[in-house]
Design a protein around this ligand. Structure first.
Ligand SMILES: C[S@@+](CC[C@H](N)C(=O)[O-])C[C@H]1O[C@@H](n2cnc3c(N)ncnc32)[C@H](O)[C@@H]1O
Length: 274
């Protein structure tokens, strides 16, 4: 019986062509242009088909699965009732994967992070967004996935909901790690970013493009390839394109993937915040 080739053959330092397919598999992009390649599919399944040692930087924003203190919080709660304020009229596409409890969240993240480690080049930066509640889970998962946890970069939001008698939840966090040792060459980067929440959003939990633009600077190598396996509306890829970088996105929900592709068709190279 022919068995599935789960990992493509190890070919360290193999040259990477965006849109390349792994041997014995047909991985067809949903969209591609000179810089961006987008796959419609489940992150782990697509990652398994990407070549080893092929991306320089991963910046991603997986479903946080935050806030489920009780079983009842997680059962049947859609993203709209979780993320949208009641006065918001706009209708966003629902997305899945946001209702795991903390133990299954750690296990799930460590599965795709382990696969990401294989796809990432040695020394690559892997940055994953999370909130204060899920931060311990995400830092555990990064390490279970075999990555070296390096730090936490707060995204400080300019506007936030004040809370009487308590500190506001004004930040989300990019937890970052490297795929083994990383050289100490390259430019210096700040330890936090202050930026407004995205206006005129196309995705319920869309990140601001200015923030992603700044974060993409970490991929400073001239031919760096940036990967976002939970692409949503494609903000990371849009920012990567602004820098003239090759980029790969994966998204599970077709309608969201289509939104990302529409944005990517319009995205052009620029340097927003020098
Ligand atoms: C937090 S959102 C990302 C939003 C994105 N940063 C943006 O600016 O639009 C997470 C995305 O991951 C997608 N997703 C959830 N589970 C997935 C999986 N197993 N594989 C691929 N995508 C997944 C969801 O559909 C959702 O669009």
């Amino acid at each position: 019986m022919k068995t599935e080739n789960i990992y493509p053959p190890e070919t360290p330092n193999q040259a990477f062509t965006v849109g390349a397919i792994a041997p014995e598999k047909t991985l067809s992009p949903f969209f591609s242009d000179d810089l961006a390649t987008v796959y419609l599919g489940e992150a782990c399944a697509v990652l398994r088909q990407l070549p080893t040692n092929s991306v320089d930087t991963v910046i991603t924003d997986p479903p946080y699965s935050s806030g489920g203190m009780m079983r009842g919080d997680r059962a049947g709660q859609d993203c709209k009732s979780k993320y949208q304020q009641t006065q918001t009229k706009k209708v966003y596409d629902e997305f899945s994967g946001d209702n795991r409890d903390q133990r299954s969240f750690i296990m799930w993240c460590s599965l795709w992070l382990d696969e990401l480690r294989r796809v990432a080049k040695p020394g690559a930066v892997i940055g994953c967004f999370t909130d204060w509640r899920q931060m311990p889970a995400m830092t555990d998962a990064l390490q279970v996935g075999g990555l070296v946890w390096r730090g936490v970069v707060p995204w400080v939001k300019k506007s936030y909901r004040p809370c009487k008698g308590r500190w506001a939840s004004q930040c989300e966090y990019l937890v970052w790690a490297t795929n083994g040792p990383r050289s100490l060459d390259g430019p210096c980067f700040p330890g936090s970013y202050t930026c407004s929440v995205a206006s005129d959003k196309r995705h319920m939990t869309e990140k601001p493009v200015d923030l992603m633009h700044e974060l993409c600077r970490i991929a400073y190598e001239p031919d760096a390839v940036i990967l976002d396996p939970f692409m949503g509306s494609g903000t990371t890829l849009k920012a990567a394109k602004q820098h003239g970088k090759k980029c790969i996105g994966i998204e599970l929900t077709r309608s969201i993937c289509e939104t990302a592709c529409d944005r990517l068709r319009e995205a052009v190279q620029q340097d927003l915040l020098v």
